[in-house]
Design a protein around this ligand. Structure first.
Ligand code: SF4
Ligand code: SF4
Length: 308
């Protein structure tokens, strides 16, 4: 597969063509929402804001919706249970590398020996067109975590190299899509050098540094178990859950039954849940396995959640 270069005008034409033909399913893109940015269905390429810094919610919501029915049931003498698995084909345009890496972590958690069909029927049918983040917000720690760029997890990755976009082709699906639906040319080594320079310059804009390697963090956390920092942080946490709800790697959900008023049946759904919410570990008897008076550490994500 050969990387490509596409002009801004032709990129807009490409996106409009995808919207019109639905060649890769429903097109979801990054758009302005007030003075912030968020992913949503695209009506036209003109709405795309590939220069964004961070989205309000990560794109995980398209594969793992906030609320999702997982089965329907009927009760009575011959009870019935029917799984509900929604299949959807989508093309996500403008996903940043750190959100792509987060989706890969999701794949690992929801995959394994017992893959989650509700997640994978959406995820496997979807196309990811990423964009390198050239304007990170000052609080972003993606560079420290090694996730400011990625070599995998996308079908196409766009990098703004000035007048044009360099397109790193990640999969055959991406290759076919751009060749069939867009006017583009083969990328040269000079174009690739431009991409690498743009990425290098963007790395210098990250102001937060953890001063350690990401793989040293688990050992550090183990060693800091009794550290006062967690108590200090927890003291100002009011369990709003914002930080975990906006986290691209938070995978937790709660399962609830909704019985119809007729009492003849109902549906079971799952919805996002999070350890920072006080009822996260509460069970049917009312027992809460955590002492919520001294609830867990507040490791607030201040990148997306502005609460803290
Ligand atoms: S750390 Fe902050 S954002 Fe997270 S639950 Fe507590 S108050 Fe909310
Ligand atoms: S336990 Fe908490 S931090 Fe971990 S994935 Fe669940 S909500 Fe996120």
């Amino acid at each position: 597969m050969q990387n490509r270069v596409i002009s801004r005008k032709d990129l807009a034409g490409f996106v409009d063509e995808l919207i019109k033909t639905k060649a890769a399913g429903e097109v979801i893109g990054i758009k302005a929402q007030g003075n912030k940015f968020n992913f949503g269905p695209l009506k036209g390429a003109a709405d795309l804001r590939l220069d964004y810094d961070v989205s309000l919610l990560p794109p995980k919501k398209y594969f793992f919706p906030q609320v999702e029915t997982v089965l329907k049931y009927e009760v009575g003498n011959t009870p019935k249970v029917e799984p509900v698995v929604e299949e959807k084909t989508m093309c996500l345009v403008g996903v940043h590398p750190f959100d792509i890496r987060a989706l890969q972590l999701f794949d690992a958690v929801y995959g394994g020996n017992n893959p989650d069909p509700n997640y994978f029927l959406k995820r496997n049918n979807s196309t990811i067109i990423g964009v390198d983040c050239l304007n990170p917000i000052p609080k972003s720690f993606a560079a420290s975590m090694g996730t400011a760029t990625t070599k995998e997890g996308f079908d196409l990755m766009l990098t703004d190299i000035g007048g044009d976009y360099f397109v790193t082709v990640g999969t055959n699906k991406g290759d076919n899509l751009i060749k069939k639906h867009a006017k583009s040319r083969e990328g040269t080594s000079a174009d690739q050098e431009k991409r690498d320079k743009v990425r290098k310059d963007a790395l210098k804009k990250y102001k937060v540094s953890l001063n350690m390697k990401p793989d040293e963090i688990p050992a550090l956390l183990d060693a800091m178990w009794e550290s006062g920092i967690f108590k200090d942080k927890a003291a100002s946490c009011f369990s709003c859950g914002s930080c975990v709800m906006v986290c691209p790697t938070c995978v937790c959900f709660d399962v609830q039954d909704d019985m119809a008023l007729s009492l003849k049946g109902g549906e079971r759904y799952r919805r996002w849940d999070a350890c920072m919410l006080s009822e996260f570990a509460k069970v049917a008897s009312g027992e809460n396995f955590r002492n919520i008076k001294n609830r867990g550490s507040a490791t607030a994500c201040t990148v997306r959640a502005s609460t803290c």
